[in-house]
Design a binder for this molecule. Structure first.
Ligand SMILES: Nc1ncnc2c1ncn2[C@@H]1O[C@H](COP(=O)(O)OP(=O)(O)OP(=O)(O)O)[C@@H](O)[C@H]1O
Length: 326
């Protein structure tokens, strides 16, 4: 099972510019979480802070008992091995085949024999639907395939926490839908804790168990997806429904994929309260996600703190039973 990530009171500045302050949230083990936010709100800076590549001035990030902000570099380096990272641009080496790109972390960080490397790489390539493309160079394949190769590479060391930085950037809505399904399928197969940073509403509406949103130097909210999807907070409503009127201005403009997602989900979310967009299920033949059962138990514990619209969206079946209330 994936590992819990606890973020407490995190504040990050560059010189006099505060990117965000006092951010606290917990990524529940094995669940999929999405961090939304307009461009430039510091989502990438947040990911880099979680793995200890950037140093916030205040707060801590606890992973496996190690504080990724304040611990000695040696300890942070060890814990970083638990993470798989998928970067925005895939970050593949242009002169290496896909096979060699995906094998790279194994060759670089382990003493695994080539026969075993081959088995692991082929398994991961199969997971992301890239079998047959082993010999291709990154420049010879589509953007969607490059993303999937980046994801396969993030998975070769069997990470317990997977961080994806805008996995959808540059993808059309159809490819983004395939990618959304792939993220859920990978979670079903690995049970890793996943954090996806995005401003894509297709992913936000259909993939995560939990959602949060960064806006103007703060975390607006973080919690079960139903909390954000039913939130009355003006900035959250505007972001999720794509209205021009609201606190988000031109300087925090959205990209094409965001607008396409809004066409699909905006109407559903801005209309009168109704069923939320359904969360994706793993593809047929894959195991059920273990996170679902754990999340149900967690939601029952949280129940009394949840806003009424979120409880309504979760439905009476999610409520704690008579002797279960704290
Ligand atoms: N190393 C750095 N030095 C100085 N400023 C930085 C550095 N890295 C990021 N920033 C600033 O921090 C802010 C947040 O950047 P970040 O890339 O995290 O935003 P984002 O939410 O990921 O944006 P996008 O959605 O467009 O990728 C920006 O104003 C950026 O210029």
């Amino acid at each position: 099972m994936g590992i819990e990530v606890i973020v407490e009171g995190l504040t990050k500045s560059f010189g006099r510019q505060t990117v965000w302050q006092d951010v606290s949230l917990t990524l529940p083990p094995g669940e999929v979480s999405v961090l939304l936010g307009p461009s430039g709100t510091g989502k990438t800076v947040f990911l880099k802070s979680v793995i200890g590549l950037l140093k916030p001035e205040r707060g801590r990030v606890l992973v496996n008992g190690v504080d990724m902000v304040n611990s000695p570099e040696r300890d942070i380096y060890e814990v970083r091995k638990l993470f798989g990272l998928m970067f925005q641009d895939g970050a593949l080496f242009g002169s290496m085949s896909l096979f060699d790109n995906i094998a790279f972390p194994l060759r670089e960080h382990t003493r695994t024999k080539e026969t075993k490397i081959r088995r692991i790489v082929m398994e991961r390539m199969e997971m992301v639907g890239l079998l047959g493309a082993e010999r291709k160079l990154p420049g010879e394949i589509s953007g969607g395939m490059r993303k999937r190769a980046g994801l396969a590479r993030a998975l070769v060391l069997d990470p317990q926490i997977v961080l994806c930085d805008e996995p959808d950037s540059g993808l059309d809505p159809v490819r983004t839908s395939y990618l959304s399904q792939l993220l859920i399928d990978l979670n079903a197969q690995t049970d890793a804790t996943m954090l996806i940073v995005t401003h894509n509403l297709d992913i936000a509406a259909t993939v995560p168990d939990n959602m949060g949103m960064l806006f103007r130097r703060g975390l607006v909210a973080f919690g079960p997806r139903e909390v954000l999807l039913t939130s009355e907070e003006p900035v959250v409503r505007q972001f999720l429904t794509g209205r021009r009127e609201g606190p988000i201005g031109m300087s925090e403009e959205k990209d094409e994929a965001t607008l396409a997602g809004e066409l699909r989900y905006g109407a559903q979310l801005s209309g009168p309260p109704g069923p939320l967009p359904a969360q994706l299920e793993p593809s047929p033949g894959l195991p059920a996600r273990s996170a679902v059962r754990r999340r149900q138990a967690r939601v029952r514990e949280l129940w009394d703190e949840l806003p009424a619209p979120a409880r309504a969206a979760l439905g009476a079946a999610a409520a704690p039973g008579p002797g279960e209330r704290a």
